[in-house]
Structure formats: C-alpha cells, structure tokens
Design a binder for this molecule. Structure first.
Ligand SMILES: [Zn+2]
Length: 321
C-alpha cells in the first residue's frame, strides 16, 4: 500500500504552478484491466460533456493518493508547454536518463529524475511556457548526440518525449503523462523524484529550487537545428479527386455524411449503414481520413459495401472479363 497524505491547498497550488499548463486533464482508472493496463480517460463534466477544468481540489486528492490524474503538455491556445518529460521504460532506461540529465547540466539545464514502474521520467521545467516544437528540437538533438534511442522513426524501444506533438489543434489534447507525486494504480505505489525526501511538500520544494529553462537559452541551444528528419511528422498526401469515369463522378463519402467531430487525422461521422439499422447513437462510428477522404472506416464493422448500399450508391461491380 502507499502512504496517504493530507496536503493543503497551498501545496496543491504549488503543484499547479509547476505542472499545469492547461486545465483539461485525464483520470487513471482505479484498477487495472484484466490485461494489466490501467486505462485513463479525459475528465468531463457529467452534464455538459465538456472537459472538466483541473483545480486545486482535484490536485489535492491526487497528492493525497485518492485519485490519480494525468496531465497534458501543450496548451492549444499558445502551442506552449511548461515542462518537458522524458519517459524511459526500456532496459537501460535509467542509465540513459542519467546520461541525459548530465548532458543537459552541461548546458546549464537542471532536470529532475522521477522513478517509475519500469524506469524513470526526466523532467525539465521552464521559466515561462515555451513552444512545444522548440523544446522537442532541443531534446531530440541532445538525445541523438548521446546515442540515446528515441521511439519513432522506426524504433520501438527508446525514450518518449512529452510533448509528443509539435502542435495541437483546438479540441485536441495530445498525449497525457501520469502526474508526478501521486499513486500509480497499476502497482498501488508512489514513485518519487530521486533527490528529495519522499513527501509532497519536500518534493515540490526540491522541484521549485531547480533552475528553470528560459526561452533565450532554448533559442541559443537550438540555433540552426530542426527535428531530426526521421522524426518529422509525415507530410499529408494531397487529395486529388480521380477524373470522372464514364461521365460518373467519383463517390465522395463527405458528400453524404456530416462529420460530428475531427481529430488530428480523421473526421468522425455517423455511419450510414449503422444508422440504417438503428445503431450509432453517438453518431461517430465512421472515421474519414482528412488527408485523403477516399479512406473511410466504420469502427462497428460495416464494410464499404454496406455503407455504399445504405447510401443507395452500391459499389460498382468489377466488369467481367
Ligand atoms: Zn457502421
């Protein structure tokens, strides 16, 4: 079992100053699933369905150990972050994080290592919120210089850098990371920063005392650098409608459905076939790739045939030879 605390609102506000850059947050489930994974979900208001804003009360119960929250790095209004967290959970991850910490120190950047279930997280805090894209350029280049592997660009084992995106659109959240100083629901344990006594106040005191990265420093470090080529997000293929065939216009799914929401890659719309059989109450079973709307998929399992038939536009049968 884990230690319980009863922290003050001041302590919670201290945590918010360091860690909270946008108010949306997610919650870890209380117990792991049968497969061992602990799911987390966006905290929403029950009535409005809107993301719930993180406040000192939620942070208090997180620090006390009663719930566990996850934090998002990027504020979509500014595309900036208050911290960079480097997650390492592969063989040799802790050594890699110490190596990174030492290398950052040579730049005058103080970073703190938090232990984790299978490795650790290295945290860097900023003086003022800094552009996520610029923070990522810095960390990726330092890691590659040291030969520390980074997930992505063909590698499955390595560190993961939060923020994981250069920018996010309004309504997007990016990836969340478990907020420090709470309880991991998978192991029912707390994982602390190495260099401070193991209670929330002492840990926050230690983190507050670290030198914070400034924008001027960051600009010096990344001058002339960019994100390494293999880690750049793919450039979306432009959508070019096929020329009409036998006087027939190409079928375009977006002419037939009205998307309800979108995320980074897809529109989400009601599936015509599901709707026909009275399903898809939430109206978002069908994903349509934004970059190339020719690709769409019903996540309830309808085939393209089903969808086209439901729209009265059956797929043209292949001509017999
Ligand atoms: Zn469907």
């Amino acid at each position: 079992m884990y230690a319980k605390f009863s922290v003050s609102r001041d302590t919670a506000n201290d945590f918010i100053r360091l860690f909270v850059n946008r108010r949306a947050y997610s919650m870890q489930a209380h117990k792991p699933l049968p497969n061992g994974k602990v799911p987390y979900f966006l905290a929403r208001d029950w009535t409005t369905k809107q993301p719930k804003p993180l406040d000192a009360d939620v942070v208090r119960v997180h620090l006390n150990g009663d719930v566990t929250i996850n934090l998002y790095a990027i504020n979509p209004e500014t595309q900036r972050c208050k911290w960079v967290a480097i997650d390492g959970d592969f063989d040799g991850a802790v050594e890699a994080l110490f190596k990174l910490q030492w290398e950052l120190k040579q730049d005058g950047v103080e970073a703190a290592i938090e232990s984790s279930r299978r490795g650790g997280h290295l945290w860097i805090f900023t003086e003022t919120p800094l552009l996520a894209s610029e923070c990522r350029i810095y960390i990726y280049n330092v890691a590659l210089r040291l030969g520390v592997p980074i997930v992505g660009g063909g590698l499955k084992q390595g560190i993961e850098v939060f923020p994981k995106q250069d920018q996010i659109e309004e309504g997007e959240f990016g990836n969340a990371i478990r907020a420090p100083l709470g309880v991991h629901r998978k192991t029912n344990r707390r994982y602390w920063f190495y260099d401070a006594p193991t209670d929330p106040i002492a840990q926050l005191g230690y983190l507050n005392g670290l030198k914070k990265l400034t924008e001027a420093e960051l600009h010096t470090f990344i001058q002339g650098m960019s994100l390494p080529e293999s880690y750049k997000p793919p450039v979306p293929e432009p959508y070019v409608p096929r020329p009409s065939h036998e006087g027939q216009q190409e079928f375009r799914i977006l002419d037939h459905v009205r998307p309800k929401t979108k995320d980074r890659r897809n529109w989400w719309a009601p599936c015509p076939s599901c709707r026909q059989s009275g399903k898809d109450k939430s109206g978002d079973n069908l994903s349509i790739q934004i970059a190339n709307p020719r690709y769409y998929k019903c996540w309830a399992g309808c085939t393209a045939d089903d969808i086209r038939a439901a729209l009265g536009q059956p797929l043209r049968k292949k001509q017999l030879a």
